[in-house]
Design a protein around this ligand. Structure first.
Ligand SMILES: NC(=O)c1ccc[n+]([C@@H]2O[C@H](COP(=O)([O-])OP(=O)(O)OC[C@H]3O[C@@H](n4cnc5c(N)ncnc54)[C@H](OP(=O)(O)O)[C@@H]3O)[C@@H](O)[C@H]2O)c1
Length: 271
């Protein structure tokens, strides 16, 4: 039987960067796909993220060890803190130590907007190397990127298509620019972010779209194109704001529910 999970397909198409997380519950699948793909570990850039439930120094350390076990590897290329909540400072100190021990090749943060990013970058022993934030033409993170550039923290885009919200795949400006180069709106979005120094993490469950999203290195957008895309910014999330206390409450509830479900599953196993 042919082994074909999404992480395996990504590697087969030619991608060498995989973005997973403890909270995606697929680290085991990713580890298994890497092993079965035959691609050398050193040719893959593997990112994972520590979930909030595992924050605090000891808990974070233990959870990274668990991620290494599930991913079947002895190092992770980039480990991020998944949310800017709870004891992220204790967790970050564990990442710093694991980085110095060589188990993590790079460490960083996720959804840390400028105030939190400047704080952690200023007081941490090892400055975060990457900050993954929602970045697409409707939410370009122009101010946040200026702060990240100042603190030499690399910006990385989650939802580089905004998951297609707000009609981004059909946007007239993006499709018209794409038509000039024989490219789609999706390819224009990726090329635009790459040209402004943003790492992109496009996701697709379809092989043909994975290939399409890969083919963005054979054209360049002009300054005029870049300016036209810059004008699409609404500086507003297509999803939610991490600074909205209602959202923080929603996250807290989700963390508690997941913990409750896991505890119940463990109890069942013990019976
Ligand atoms: N969204 C979040 O909350 C979030 C949070 C943290 C991290 N991330 C990271 O960021 C990555 C990407 O984010 P995302 O999945 O949320 O959003 P995204 O990459 O902006 O959008 C994914 C959506 O776009 C569609 N798509 C992909 N390529 C396309 C193409 N060429 N033409 C038309 N449609 C296309 C996909 O559909 P098909 O699958 O049907 O092709 C999927 O529905 C994730 O894999 C994850 O690693 C996301």
């Amino acid at each position: 039987m042919r082994f074909c999970t999404l992480p395996y397909l990504i590697l087969e198409v030619g991608y060498r960067s995989i973005d997973t997380a403890q909270s995606y519950f697929n680290e085991e699948q990713v580890g298994s796909a890497i092993r079965k793909s035959g691609v050398a570990r050193e040719d893959i850039f593997l990112t994972s993220k520590v979930w909030v439930e595992h924050y605090g120094y000891d808990s974070c350390r233990a959870s990274v060890e668990e991620s290494l076990r599930k991913l079947q590897t002895d190092y992770i290329d980039l480990m991020l803190l998944h949310q800017p909540f709870s004891d992220c400072y204790g967790a970050y100190r564990a990442l710093e130590d694991l980085y110095q021990e060589g188990k993590l090749r790079a460490i960083g943060i996720f959804n840390f907007y400028p105030d939190r990013m400047v704080d952690i970058a200023s007081f941490a022993r090892i400055r975060p190397m990457v900050n993954q934030v929602e970045t697409h033409p409707h939410n370009q993170q122009i101010e946040a990127k200026k702060w990240m550039d100042k603190y030499v923290v690399q910006i990385e885009a989650w939802a580089p298509f905004g998951e297609g919200r707000g009609g981004l795949f059909q946007d007239e400006t993006l499709t018209a620019i794409g038509a000039k180069y024989g490219k789609t709106a999706a390819q224009v979005m990726l090329r635009w972010n790459i040209q402004r120094g943003v790492i992109v993490l496009p996701k697709s469950t379809h092989r043909e779209r994975m290939i399409e999203n890969w083919n963005v290195f054979d054209f360049s957008l002009s300054q005029e194109d870049m300016a036209a895309i810059a004008a699409l910014d609404t500086a507003t999330s297509a999803f939610f704001s991490h600074q909205d206390p209602n959202m923080v409450e929603w996250f807290v509830k989700m963390v508690e529910e997941r913990k409750h479900n896991q505890d119940s599953a463990k109890e069942e196993k013990n019976w």
